[in-house]
Design a protein. Structure first.
Length: 128
């Protein structure tokens, strides 16, 4: 139990710190629609795709690694709540096209990045 809690905690701290840094470094570039949230979600989607495929190929690996990467790191990095808040602000401002673009970028982008992460592992496994 304690190993699981530690794995999740370490992953969550690392993911949250990366998300914070992405916001600090990227949001000033385009404050109208802060790109830090989108980039965090896209990176998290790619990492979870990598992890899902990697762990499928590595069933003997300790389950704490899965908890560290997927539950902890990806959970700390990605943010549906901030995405929702940014979307709500755009809608309140009457910026419906920006809001639609934001939804498309997050949802379609995250799905594509997850699939790309999975495909990366399959490709790397096939290259050996």
């Amino acid at each position: 139990m304690w190993k699981s809690i530690l794995a999740i905690s370490v992953g969550a701290v690392l993911g949250a710190l990366l998300r914070w840094q992405l916001g600090v470094r990227l949001n000033a570039m385009l404050p109208t629609v802060p790109p830090g949230t989108l980039v965090a979600n896209l990176i998290g989607a790619y990492v979870i795709g990598l992890a899902i495929a990697f762990f499928a190929f590595s069933p003997a690996l300790s389950p704490e690694w899965r908890l560290l990467v997927i539950t902890g790191f990806c959970g700390g990095l990605t943010t549906f709540s901030t995405f929702s808040a940014e979307l709500a602000v755009l809608l309140q401002q009457g910026r419906v096209l920006w809001a639609g673009a934001l939804v498309a970028a997050h949802v379609a982008g995250s799905l594509l990045m997850t699939l790309a992460g999975m495909a990366t592992v399959v490709w790397l496994k096939g290259a050996h």
